[in-house]
Design a protein around this ligand. Structure first.
Ligand code: G3P
Length: 217
């Protein structure tokens, strides 16, 4: 399973990247706004830091304008992945940009039917939003299962990039279902390392070690 970091916080991306936990990065207009940074500048800095795909989202609503913005974003760095919304205009732009060899991440996916269209339009990644479905009482993980079944039924190469991750439970369940990628806030990825028995066991080891009066160095 690939781990993408859903953030434009360079410090937090670097921390996880140094541990080998960053296979890519995703951003969206809200993440960019939260960063307070210039969009193109921060995307360039992230692309220089990580080797994997870095999703940069267009803000146009019409296909021709999305295509123009996508081509412009693609020039920022060779690992820019153009993010497009799951609308008919977004799907049209996906078809054109993907046919030019541009990696495309189709985002704001909330149904299996939408994911089916994205695969047929040539999307590299589909981003179903788990947390936002959970927020309205639906089952976000069920959507991941549905998309996995449909893509496997027909051999679609589009990768399932599970997004709107809110918990370590989401990440585990996505791995059990077989999502290709999760994109998560950096703090949730870091939380994967935590277990009460690990800390308890380490504390006990150190307490017993202190009794020996020894040092390794
Ligand atoms: O990549 C999509 C993600 O940023 C959305 O997450 O928590 O705003 O639903 P959230």
């Amino acid at each position: 399973m690939k781990f993408f970091v859903d953030s434009a916080d360079l410090e937090k991306i670097a921390y996880l990247n140094d541990i080998g936990l960053v296979d890519g990065v995703t951003t969206n207009p809200s993440i960019i706004a939260k960063s307070g940074r210039d969009f193109i500048e921060v995307i360039k800095e992230i692309c220089d830091m990580v080797e994997g795909p870095v999703s940069a989202e267009v803000t146009a609503m019409k296909a021709d304008d999305m295509i123009a913005e996508g081509r412009h974003l693609r020039k920022v760095a060779s690992n820019v992945c153009v993010k497009l919304p799951l609308t008919m205009d977004g799907l049209k732009a996906c078809k054109v940009l993907s046919s030019e060899g541009t990696p495309v991440n189709v985002t704001l996916c909330f149904s299996a039917n939408q994911a089916l269209l994205a695969a047929k339009a040539g999307a590299t990644f589909i981003s179903p939003f788990i947390g936002r479905l959970d927020d309205i009482g639906l089952d976000g993980l069920e959507l991941i299962e549905e998309i996995r079944t449909i893509y496997d039924n027909y051999g679609f190469e589009t990768e399932i990039l599970a997004a709107s991750i809110r918990s370590v439970g989401h990440i585990k369940e996505c791995a059990l279902i077989g999502a290709d990628v999760i994109t998560s806030p950096p703090d949730v990825i870091a939380k994967l390392s935590e277990h009460v028995l690990t800390q308890k066991g380490l504390d006990a080891f150190m307490k017993d070690w202190e009794k020996t009066g020894q040092k390794i160095l």
